[in-house]
Design a protein around this ligand. Structure first.
Ligand code: PMP
Length: 415
């Protein structure tokens, strides 16, 4: 090659970066986009109340933080077993025995950097291109995106408010095809707050018993945020016949205010767990050793704070639901758990703002609330069921009352 050819080659501009097709199909999380926008308005000096975040507003309890400090002092700063140390898995094992009457051996348990990674590992380890995953809507948005990243196809089943946003057994049965690999159930639910009792789960587990090729992913992350004295139920315990094809997912993020520590776990058949460990071994290797020490304390130490936090959340739920239902044009079902309300805004659609914008979708309504009344909430279209909006009430009572007053003023100002 001549010297001039080499120079010409070196001077050629590098082609622009192009994300893979897999990533192009996904896009940035709408919830993060709204939260970023709201935070940018705050930085610009506007008093925006952000009700978007899905994390508890209190600190990780002191005894849990102290366990992490002790682990650092002891030098527990190295890689652990790939999918969780034996101590961590033993803590998870006892948690399932104590809270859920489920018995798992250590090799039926997987620990990851959050419940989100558990779900990611499970789908990465099991989906073939084109496999279908049934998502009852409204659903946590990440489910659909993780399914797509892993080459699967989300099959969204709308669950009406009239049925409490619960999946109907006939609807599930009709949606199952030879390509169905997984059905997801999330109780209490993000975003609707709906929980299933054991009796409400049973018709669904009966359908699944008739379809042996279908696996069940039970996302129990909001287990401890359940109100009105309701008893928590999880499918693998309700129907032991499904245990051999159920992955029960949980974590410490929500119950112990540990979102930043990144520890989640799953329990299921050992072949699935082993395949998930392969995925993890080539991505994050193992969850943080220090966070595992903290999570062990969370799961095995005093559980007293859970009840206190639940009472706080329940009081906030009552205030928000009552305030929303007092607003003409809005309607809010009383959720059983989690820290979200999912209110219908159907009654305000078609009306116009003072600035002349006609509200046509729940996204329009949410944009109006943010731009004109400085409250950030998330439109139901993001969760696969419109027209609704989600409020996260994991914030102070004073902020919630102010936010509801602004939403009320926003609706009253519509023409
Ligand atoms: N499942 C649901 C339904 C969630 O809302 C969340 C967090 N927003 C997660 C799983 C993930 O939790 P983490 O990864 O923090 O354990």
């Amino acid at each position: 090659m001549s010297a001039t050819a080499t120079l010409a080659h070196e001077a050629a501009p590098a082609p622009a970066f192009a994300p893979s097709q897999r990533i192009r199909a996904i896009g940035v999380s709408e919830i993060l986009r709204i939260t970023d926008h709201a935070n940018a308005l705050r930085r610009a000096g506007r008093p925006v109340i952000v009700l978007g975040a899905g994390e508890p507003d209190f600190e990780t309890p002191e005894h849990i933080r102290a366990a992490a400090t002790r682990a650092i002092a002891r030098g527990e700063t190295r890689y652990t077993v790939l999918d969780g140390s034996n101590e961590m898995k033993t803590a998870v094992r006892h948690k399932f025995q104590r809270d859920n009457a489920l018995d798992y051996a250590l090799d039926e348990i997987s620990v990851s950097a959050g419940a989100k990674q558990v779900i990611f590992n499970a789908l990465m380890a099991s989906l073939e291109p084109g496999d279908e995953v049934i998502l009852p809507a409204p659903y946590w948005t990440s489910y659909a995106d993780i399914v797509r990243i892993c080459g699967g196809v989300p099959v969204v089943l709308p669950c009406s408010e009239a049925r409490g946003f619960r999946l109907d057994a006939g609807q599930l049965d009709a949606a199952i095809t030879p390509r169905t690999r997984w059905v997801f159930l999330n109780s209490p639910s993000n975003p609707s707050g709906t929980a299933y009792s054991a009796a409400q789960l049973r018709p669904l587990t009966e359908v699944l018993l008739r379809h042996p090729q279908v696996w069940l992913l039970a996302d129990d992350i909001y287990e401890h945020i359940l109100y009105d004295g309701l008893a928590f139920a999880t499918p693998a315990a309700v129907e032991p016949g499904l245990r051999e094809r159920t992955l029960t997912v949980n974590g410490v993020s929500k119950a112990y205010a540990m979102t930043g520590w990144r520890i989640g776990y799953g329990a299921g058949p050992r072949d699935l767990i082993a395949a998930m460990a392969v995925v993890q071994s080539q991505s994050t290797s193992c969850p943080s050793s220090v966070s595992q020490a903290a999570a062990i304390e969370a799961l095995t130490g005093s559980q007293a704070l859970i009840g206190a936090r639940r009472a706080d959340f329940e009081a906030r739920r009552d205030v928000v639901v009552e305030a929303l239902n007092a607003i003409r044009g809005l309607h809010c079902r009383r959720p059983e758990g989690a820290f979200y309300t999912y209110a219908s805004c159907a009654g305000v659609l078609g009306r116009s703002t003072r600035r002349g914008m006609r509200l046509q979708t729940d996204a329009d309504f949410c944009r109006y609330l943010l731009e004109d009344f400085e409250v950030a909430v998330v439109p139901g279209s993001v969760f696969g069921l419109a027209p609704y909006f989600r409020i996260s009430y994991a914030t102070s009572m004073a902020q919630l009352q102010e936010a509801c007053a602004r939403i009320s003023a926003a609706c009253a100002a519509l023409e």
